[in-house]
Unconditional design. Structure first.
Lengths: 318, 318
């Protein structure tokens, strides 16, 4: 019986500007690599493959918490050891914790003969996200597990909808400043104006329709956020320069990836996506802030089992 | 030159439960019939074809205000006379004012050789809606003009998106109590909880995806409203009985049509739609409230020019 599997757990861009806590997409790069091993005893062990320290108690770890939730559904002497090679930087806003929590349970499920459905796997992974952000949110987990673009229509009960998406190119810049998901949640207002909310759900409807109609102009017009971006963008130096100059360079639109500080932009062509990357490099070039950029695609598969080590696709790590 | 045209202006169901102020659909029945006549002088005249009194000043009338807005774009001695045969009851929540305001300008535009685009026509019609409800909202005007299901992504600038829709059957009950659009707006909270708004835009995304995927179950699950329905339903006697029993009878879901008091339900088959109609009749049968019911379809054409008088399709007017 196969008792070890190697998986590739890609980064994800949550929110997609207007769809706070509901929309997300999976990208080809960056991604984590994880080995998951089946144990013949009741244990969950999480190890860093890069030599970093990891919380000893599995319940304090994103991968550990999701594996514990899965293990809860199993009887007998069965456990898991997971070794994580982290390439998606924690705190980047690129779904690093979702990759760990969802990757671990997708791998474990593979070793169990895919006993659980993708929806059940997402339920387990939510426990890992709660460790990371204090809230059960599935907007990174869903695209990580299902691939492509996903809508989390509801968390209780969990209802994940795959949104057919056109070929788009994604440019990401990760300015390496610290923005913790917990902090970026607490600065949001608990109450919002109804008239702002109406604009927001008009845009969510427009963005979903734009993806499904392959209408790039509509996608661009719908990438508007009147509620979260005005607050969170204050935490990201040069956000507005990046956004404005990327759009001037031909990007359809974009904004904060997840809770930031990464910024993503969508483009219709790879050529434009690379011009946008150049814009991002120029904006941050003299800022004194370290940063990475990625030019990547929508990853339609999500987390997948791999056999051989795969070279990372990050176009540049400064 | 053709100087008179007869048009059919159908009813519309705005909001579609979760999409307050943005979603709407056009139905086959009921509909108004209007004659629009080109005048060779600077005048706008609105007349009731049914003998009812109409505000003398055109700016105080929904059809008149939209015609004035259109006339503003024209030079010289040109005017319009419109005669309205009203079958969509004012105050029913079925887009009676939108039928008048949009119907008048669609007819006038036809006489002008379709000089204006549908988007421009919708802009003119917004002036009529403002007379009726105090607010420029396009969620009835858009489906009336474009037909089918529409999303008003934005009002300023006006951005109307047609949402490809499956064949669905619509059952409507209009309990004849008075709910004025202005009143039903003022009782809404100006501020809402962010977490409720997130649920709402999850549902708007789900509903748009459900329509475009022809996924009836998803459409049903997405017909949820945590913000407007809890408030407005208090104005509609027996609302919850109608909703609960219609769903128990097989309806996918539904809720308040526009600002009410009409209630609509979507069904996958005509057979179910007729069972739902029977349920509605039973609920209101002993209520002492007069009511109409309609079993109808999505009208993909919207307002259209007709040559001969058409018999109304209302399945019953008690």
């Amino acid at each position: 019986m196969l008792n070890t599997v190697k998986i590739k757990a890609p980064a994800t861009v949550a929110n997609l500007v207007c769809g706070f806590d509901v929309l997300g997409l999976c990208v080809d790069a960056p991604f984590d690599v994880m080995e998951i091993q089946l144990l013949d005893r009741r244990a969950v062990i999480v190890v860093s493959g890069d030599g970093f320290s990891v919380p000893i108690k599995p319940e304090d770890n994103t991968a550990g918490a999701s594996l514990l939730a899965l293990q809860d559904q199993l009887e007998g002497p069965i456990g898991f050891k997971v070794t994580i090679h982290k390439h998606i930087r924690p705190g980047s806003g690129l779904g690093s914790s979702a990759a760990s929590s969802a990757g671990a349970v997708v791998g474990a499920n593979y070793l169990l003969g895919n006993k659980f459905t993708k929806n059940e796997i997402a339920q387990f992974a939510l426990h890992g996200e709660k460790v990371a952000s204090g809230v059960k949110h599935a907007d990174n987990i869903a695209p990580a597990i299902f691939g492509g673009i996903t809508l989390v229509r509801s968390i209780f009960p969990l209802d994940i909808i795959s949104i057919p998406a056109p070929d788009l190119f994604i440019t990401i810049v990760h300015p390496q400043i610290e923005v913790r998901t917990k902090d970026s949640r607490t600065i949001l207002q608990k109450e919002i104006l109804l008239r702002q909310a109406v604009k927001q759900w008009g845009n969510v409807g427009g963005l979903v329709a734009g993806f499904m109609k392959n209408d790039h102009e509509l996608i661009g017009r719908s990438l508007e956020d009147f509620i979260v971006e005005p607050v969170r963008s204050t935490l990201i130096p040069r956000f507005h320069e990046v956004k404005q100059q990327s759009k001037a360079a031909g990007a359809l639109g974009g904004g904060i990836s997840g809770s930031g500080p990464s910024i993503f932009m969508l483009s219709s062509t790879e050529r434009t996506a690379r011009v946008v990357e150049a814009v991002m490099k120029e904006v941050y070039g003299d800022s004194g802030i370290e940063f990475n950029t990625y030019v990547t695609n929508i990853n339609q598969k999500g987390i997948e089992v791999i056999d051989a080590p795969i070279k990372q696709q990050a176009s540049e790590i400064l």
